[in-house]
Design a protein around this ligand. Structure first.
Ligand SMILES: NC(=O)C1=CN([C@@H]2O[C@H](COP(=O)(O)OP(=O)(O)OC[C@H]3O[C@@H](n4cnc5c(N)ncnc54)[C@H](OP(=O)(O)O)[C@@H]3O)[C@@H](O)[C@H]2O)[C@@H](O)CC1
Ligand SMILES: Nc1ncnc2c1ncn2[C@@H]1O[C@H](COP(=O)(O)OP(=O)(O)O)[C@@H](O)[C@H]1O
Ligand SMILES: [K+]
Length: 502
């Protein structure tokens, strides 16, 4: 799915009106009907609930007027509140004229705010994608009043006061919604941790916007869903053998962190690599052979950390980092790997920390390498804290462009930046995956997919991120959030990949 800017959203709106020979009022009614249906069928509003519909002066407010009208006609207890404004959009004015006699909107002011009971539902239709500046005066007062009310808040299209794809200044008033009902496509703002308290749970309501126009709109950011990835993992041919699916080499583990090597190895096996060899310090030999008997184990001469790079000739891809430690000798192994590798690389954890601590190593990164930092590792990698989540995405794009690599930023909605600066956001996963070892599993899975001979670096990365989160989602009903362990994610990698197979 494309993540459009507000200007592109407006253009899409207009193009839909032209392509479907419809009117902007009719489109507004579609949007408002979708919101009304969601309130009735998903939120299960009951007739006793006090509903406050708060409308701004533009088309977001126009949506709100239609929702209020719909609910009023259906017999619900609707209170309609309007913001004072110098100008209203034509569609707002039109919808205001359609209000039934029993539903008069009342204008609010900073010292005349509606009484909202804690058990009420507030429909926030103050501002949507047309927000042009931070809220002040009556709008800011109403937003703070809604936030303090304890009512359930459902935002139409956007929580009012939030920009769709840019940061807002600290301390400005933004609605804290329980649910945000957005039309057709998500907004970038929904995917960023700093906005979680405003957006709440977000849902997409289809309103029949023109698919051809969406298809032809050029964007550099995507929210990647299962529909877009299904079929991208090649089916295994009847006469395939273990040599068909690549031989992966993993360098992982150090004293006290051999489990990371085990998890990444298991994930690489479940990710479909034909053969997996894991290089561990000598102390890891029994651990690895017992816990991952399907993998081959190449021990380092050193007991506790990796000090020598094995011959890379047999391998189709190399992964390095989980539980690796940052010993000086290990750093030399990383340097040698970066200087000599002719096959795809996946770099994680301490390999990234070493790249951060010794930035000259970054100049050696082979193009198309895949790096998988979480935000802290990413900060070490770029050597500068981000001002906010938007700035961090800029840093991610810059890093991918500068190194010509694919760089992940892990979290809920993990982001992937491609060397051309395109951003892809993953749509799977759950908070149960916020547990030690989940990232090691991702590394192993991505390594398997990079060893696959028929996947581009981008497709491998997108499939891996999706399948990792999906495996976590498939594990969840069996484990619950607290009980979900990294090894549970491993167990469901196979089923998650199967869903994506051609
Ligand atoms: N595109 C679609 O797919 C569809 C879109 N639809 C709906 O339309 C919405 C977009 O409508 P929109 O463009 O009229 O903008 P909206 O958010 O109502 O605000 C604009 C008004 O607010 C004002 N204003 C702005 N900032 C302000 C501030 N800080 N403080 C005070 N005032 C401020 C601004 O005034 P101005 O900046 O000109 O002074 C203008 O009057 C979209 O979110 C969705 O709900 C659906 O109906 C159909 C399908
Ligand atoms: N709230 C969440 N929602 C979805 N995925 C999550 C969430 N929290 C963590 N994850 C995923 O779990 C993994 C955690 O990786 P990482 O922080 O490196 O863990 P570790 O270092 O313990 O292995 C990442 O792939 C991340 O996207
Ligand atoms: K809104």
């Amino acid at each position: 799915m494309k993540l459009l800017s507000p200007a592109q959203t407006r253009a899409l709106d207009q193009a839909t009106i032209r392509a479907q020979y419809t009117t902007s009022t009719a489109l507004m009614e579609r949007a408002a009907d979708a919101v009304t249906n969601w309130l009735l069928n998903e939120l299960l509003l009951d007739y006793d609930t006090e509903i406050h519909v708060c409308c701004g002066p533009g088309n977001n407010g126009g949506d709100g007027l239609v929702v209020a009208r719909n609910l009023h006609r259906a017999g619900y207890r609707v209170h309609l509140w309007l913001l004072p404004a110098a100008r209203h959009s034509p569609d707002f004015t039109h919808q205001q004229q359609q209000l039934p006699a029993g539903l008069a909107g009342q204008q609010i002011s900073p010292n005349q705010l509606p009484a909202i009971a804690a058990g009420a539902v507030v429909v926030d239709a103050l501002f949507g994608t047309g927000l042009s500046r931070p809220l002040e005066g009556a709008a800011a007062a109403l937003v703070r009043h809604i936030n303090d009310s304890g009512a359930m808040v459902v935002a139409v299209d956007m929580p009012s006061g939030l920009y769709a794809d840019a940061p807002q200044p600290a301390d400005c008033a933004v609605v804290r919604a329980d649910f945000t009902l957005s039309f057709e496509l998500p907004k970038l703002a929904f995917l960023l941790p700093q906005n979680a308290g405003f957006v709440g749970d977000w849902r997409l309501l289809p309103i029949g916007l023109d698919q051809e126009v969406i298809h032809n709109t050029a964007v550099d950011r995507f929210f990647v869903t299962a529909d877009e990835l299904r079929g991208q993992l090649p089916k295994r041919p009847k006469f395939s053998h273990k040599g068909t699916f690549g031989h992966a080499l993993l360098l992982a583990g150090s004293k006290g962190k051999m489990g990371a090597a085990v998890l990444a190895t298991q994930a690489c096996l479940c990710g479909g690599a034909g053969l997996v060899t894991t290089r561990v310090p000598a102390a890891g030999y029994d651990i690895l052979q017992i816990s991952a008997p399907e993998a081959m184990c190449l021990t380092d001469p050193d007991t506790d950390c990796i000090t020598e790079l094995p011959d890379l000739a047999p391998y189709d891809a190399v992964g390095i980092g989980p539980g690796l430690g940052q010993h000086d000798d290990t750093r030399m192994v990383l340097r040698q790997l970066l200087e000599t590798a002719q096959v795809p690389l996946v770099l994680d954890a301490d390999a990234l920390n070493l790249l951060g601590a010794y930035p000259d190593l970054q100049n050696l990164l082979p193009p198309n390498s895949l790096l998988t930092p979480h935000p802290k590792e990413f900060e070490r990698l770029v050597g500068e804290p981000a001002r906010d989540d938007y700035h961090r995405l800029d840093q991610l794009r810059d890093f991918a462009g500068r190194t010509r690599c694919y760089c992940v930023l892990k979290g809920a909605y993990t982001a992937l930046a491609a060397p051309d600066g395109t951003l892809y956001f993953n749509s799977t996963g759950n908070p149960g995956m916020a547990t030690g070892g989940s990232g090691d599993v991702l590394t192993g899975l991505l390594l398997a997919l990079r060893a696959h001979r028929h996947l581009s670096p981008l497709t491998a990365a997108l499939l891996g991120l999706h399948a990792h989160g999906r495996a976590g989602d498939l594990a969840l009903p069996h484990t619950g959030h607290a009980g979900l362990l990294a090894s549970d994610i491993v167990r469901f990698i196979g089923p998650a990949l199967e869903e994506l197979m051609g």
